[in-house]
Design a protein around this ligand. Structure first.
Ligand SMILES: [Zn+2]
Length: 244
């Protein structure tokens, strides 16, 4: 066993942070970024998420059909998108499809909007249909750690309308658990609080996933030796993953 001591600020960092209208991003640093598709050098994601997104596109043979439309956005870019959408589309549209600056997953570098390759691709609402490589990507994404973040039926929880083009990196065990249990990210920590979960991965390994609440200024965790990950949830604690 080894001991890990986490400061309160660690709640706001990691691949499982919940970012929405009620839980803004508090860390404003730029993540380490990488390009997903060399033909679109301006569209970048956090490095590990970029590698896995590219691997998923490769796995479904999607390079000619799928284009990365919008990945990491700095605060200034999100502000410009919000203001431009208000001006061009009005308030109802903007509140449905654009997150307020500070509350956008795109500012984490963990979210990507994908579109179907076409002469013109809508920047705010790209087409990403069920057919072809786009549909195959959607069905395969969880194996590479991505979730379809905004489903129509979850709008009361997410505050965002259905966005069939917006994918969020959370990591494979978590994407699997959310998909198998029909959960959006808002529901995931409450689900883990009811008890530790085990999930069987494609490579035959098993991951154990649990939640530990934050205990004030310093939270002490006992972790087994071997492969572990601790991520803040951006609410009140940490998601602990142990690969067995
Ligand atoms: Zn998006």
């Amino acid at each position: 066993m080894r001991r890990l001591i986490l400061p309160r600020s660690a709640v706001h960092r990691g691949p499982l942070i919940l970012v929405n209208g009620d839980h803004p991003l508090t860390e404003t640093g730029t993540p380490e970024l990488a390009v997903v598709d060399e033909r679109f050098p301006a569209v970048r994601l956090e490095r590990r998420a970029a590698v896995l997104l590219a691997a998923c596109i490769q796995a479904v043979g999607g390079w000619s059909e799928i284009v990365p439309v919008s990945g990491w956005r700095g605060r200034g870019e999100q502000e410009a998108i919000w203001a431009g959408s208000l001006r061009d589309h009005g308030e109802a549209f903007t509140r449905a499809f654009v997150a307020r600056p500070g509350c956008s997953e795109h500012e984490t570098g963990l979210a990507m909007d994908l579109g179907r390759a076409a002469a013109e691709v809508d920047f705010l609402r790209p087409e990403f249909p069920e057919e072809g490589a786009c549909g195959a990507f959607r069905r395969t994404a969880a194996r590479y750690g991505f979730i379809l973040r905004y489903r129509g039926e979850k709008r009361p929880l997410t505050g965002i309308a259905a966005e069939p083009w917006h994918f969020r990196y959370v990591g494979t065990p978590h994407a699997r658990l959310m998909e198998e249990n029909g959960l959006c990210l808002e529901e995931y920590v409450p689900f883990l609080r009811r008890g530790e979960r085990r999930v069987r991965l494609d490579n035959g390994r098993t991951a154990r996933v649990g939640h530990v609440p934050c205990w004030g200024a310093r939270t002490e965790l006992e972790l087994p030796d071997g492969c572990c990950q601790v991520s803040g949830d951006n609410v009140d604690g940490f998601v602990v993953t142990v690969w067995e």
